[in-house]
Structure formats: C-alpha cells, structure tokens
Design a protein around this ligand. Structure first.
Ligand code: COA
Length: 315
C-alpha cells in the first residue's frame, strides 16, 4: 500500500474558557484536585461557535500551511462524536464551506477519542484508490454540549476544539502502519444516541477507564513499533492522546522517553477526544518541534472501547 505523510496542520478553539476555579465556584471540587488527578487547568467551551465553525477554521489553517488548494482534496473525513447534526455529517458541511470537489467521499467517523488515528488509516486506504493525492482529516469536538455540567467526575475532564491535517499519498512512501483495535463495552464510557429515551450525557467509570488506558497505551506502542520494525529509541516524537497527564506520565516512564520527545497540552484543553491528537500535532508543527524527517508515533484510546496507533511523518 502507498503511504501518506502530513503536509500541514491547523487548529481552532472556541472563545469560551472554563477554568478549574470557575468549576470550583459551581460544584464541590478544587483546582488542586483537578490539577493533581488530571493535569488539566482549563478547557475551551463553545460560546457562539458551532462545531462546523471549528472544523472550517482548523481545515483552512491546515490547507494554508500545506499550500494545497481545496480543489485538490480527494477525500474528507471528520472524526467526531459531537457534530452539529448527525445528518448532514460534519464532513459534508465542511465540503460545502470549503468548496471541496463534489466527486469525493466526505463522511464522519466515530471512534471516540481514537477517531483521528482511525481516520488517518481510513484516509490512507481511500487515497490509495483516488485519482487525487491529497486528503483532509479533521478531529473536532463540541464535548461541552454532551457533558453533564453538574457531574464533577466527568465535566472537569472534557473540552472543545478542532485540529486538522492535510495529508498526501505517494507511491514511494511507506504506509503509516496503523494498528487499530476495539472491544465493545457500553458501561465504561457511554453517550446514548438520539431518541434512546436516555439523558443525552456522557457517562464514564473513570477508574476503570484509567486502568484500560494504562494497559492500552503501551500495548499500542509495542504493536506500532513491532509493525515498523523499530524500537522506542528510533522514534523522534511520541504524540499522545491527551486524556489525563498521569496516563502520559506512566508511558513516558515505561519507555524512558526524554522530555524533548513528547508533549502535553492537556493543561490548556482538557480531553478534546478526536481533536486531541491533531491539536498536539498543530501546536508542535507551529513551534517547529516536528517537521519533515520527524518520525512520530501517535497513540490514542477511547470509548468503544477503541485504541490505535501509527507511525507518521511530515512530507
Ligand atoms: N473533585 C473532587 N473530588 C472528586 C472529583 C472532583 N472533580 N471527582 C471525583 N471526586 C472524588 C470522588 O467522589 C471520590 O470520592 P470518595 O473517595 O469519597 O468516593 C474521590 O474523588 C476519588 O474518585 P475516583 O473516581 O476514584 O478518582 P480517580 O483517582 O480515579 O480520578 C479520574 C478520577 C476521572 C480523574 C480518573 O479516573 C481518570 O482520569 N480516568 C480516566 C478518564 C479518561 O481518560 N477518560 C477518557 C478516555 S478517552
């Protein structure tokens, strides 16, 4: 299979910000508790913005950075669990707003927090069968709409935002070697569908999800390394899904990853689900910490349950 590489990334956040102190004024929690258990200090919350607005802004920034015209995009995937509308999909609305070609597939993908990694692999497969070389992959969430703002065990964790990547597929590039998995479980992490007669809020067994994550992350890293025929030392940068700083710290310790080879931005965003990985990629690209030649191992996990990893590079 021909492989994809990143051409450019972009991101967008809404104007609303909710700090830990804001939450502590509303419920029985504290900045100290949230910071020490999760690493989160603040999170963004959609005010006037829609999910579509975030997708459009992030995608435009990625196209600009990539120097790619919307007319050259061969497929568009939005990884999300919180689109403005289930039908039309966020990807179809993005197609309209950006003026992407009409003879290309545009669809949303739900793999919860693993969505962006699933979408990268799906895009690689699609571009292998497309006459166009470029693809648009977006991870976007408006999670503030589906968290119960009276439940201190979940609302402290999640935030809104969007990240996007323009990818290119070429014959002489290796596949990203994605490793994806899933295990159906409707108890640990659950967001009921429309018309199910249940409150439309996200619920979670936090401690059990934590346990799942600390096993899934290294299992995923090992599988990606194995598939790529590499060791952890061969990796230039580890890009972690930002769900809890402690989950990242455990992986960092296990693989003895030096500080210059990984990144945490959870302090400013909370867990933004499918947007988490591309938000990290976009900040790192802007800071010049990753770029052409960087071999990056991305790893994510989430509801479903789902997990996934891949070895990605910039073109
Ligand atoms: N502020 C203060 N106290 C809180 C609180 C909050 N926001 N949320 C829960 N608590 C309390 C609990 O009620 C409990 O009190 P008790 O001992 O009197 O019953 C105590 O803190 C410990 O709760 P617990 O749920 O065991 O805490 P924890 O150490 O497991 O941390 C999470 C909770 C949610 C931070 C942690 O489990 C976690 O991060 N899990 C993974 C979540 C995740 O990654 N989800 C997304 C997957 S993509």
């Amino acid at each position: 299979m021909n492989g994809i590489k990143l051409r450019g990334t972009g991101r967008a956040v809404p104007t609303g910000v909710v700090t830990n102190d804001d939450l502590a004024r509303r419920m029985d929690t504290s900045d100290e508790w949230i910071t020490s258990r999760t690493g989160i200090k603040r999170r963004y919350r959609c005010a006037a913005e829609t999910h579509t607005d975030l997708c459009v802004r992030a995608a435009k920034a990625a196209l600009e950075r990539a120097g790619v015209s919307p007319a050259d995009i061969g497929a568009c995937i939005v990884a999300t669990v919180t689109p403005d509308t289930v039908v039309p999909s966020a990807a179809c609305m993005l197609q309209r707003e950006l003026g992407l070609p009409q003879d290309i597939p545009c669809f949303d993908l739900n793999a919860a927090c693993t969505g962006f990694v699933y979408a990268l692999h799906t895009m690689e497969c699609l571009l292998n069968a497309s006459p166009r070389r470029f693809g648009l992959v977006v991870g976007a969430e408006a999670l503030s709409r589906i968290v119960d703002w009276t439940d201190r065990s979940t609302c402290i964790l999640f935030g809104d935002g969007a990240g996007a990547a323009v990818v290119e597929c070429r014959e002489d590039w290796p596949s990203i070697g994605a490793v994806l998995g899933s295990r159906g479980d409707d108890e640990l992490l659950r967001l009921p569908g429309l018309g199910m007669g249940e409150a439309n809020f996200l619920s979670m067994e936090g401690t059990k999800v934590f346990k799942f994550a600390v096993e899934a992350v290294p299992a995923c890293i090992d599988a990606v390394l194995d598939k790529a025929g590499m060791t952890a030392e061969d990796v230039d940068f580890f890009v972690f899904h930002q769900a809890n700083a402690r989950i990242i710290d455990l992986a960092v310790r296990k693989y003895r990853i030096p500080p210059e080879k990984y990144y945490k931005n959870i302090e400013n965003y909370g867990n933004t689900a499918a947007a988490s990985v591309p938000l990290v990629l976009s900040e790192l690209e802007e800071q010049g910490r990753i770029g052409p030649g960087s071999r990056m191992l991305v790893v994510a996990f989430g509801g479903g349950l789902t997990w996934g990893g891949a070895m990605i590079e910039f073109a």
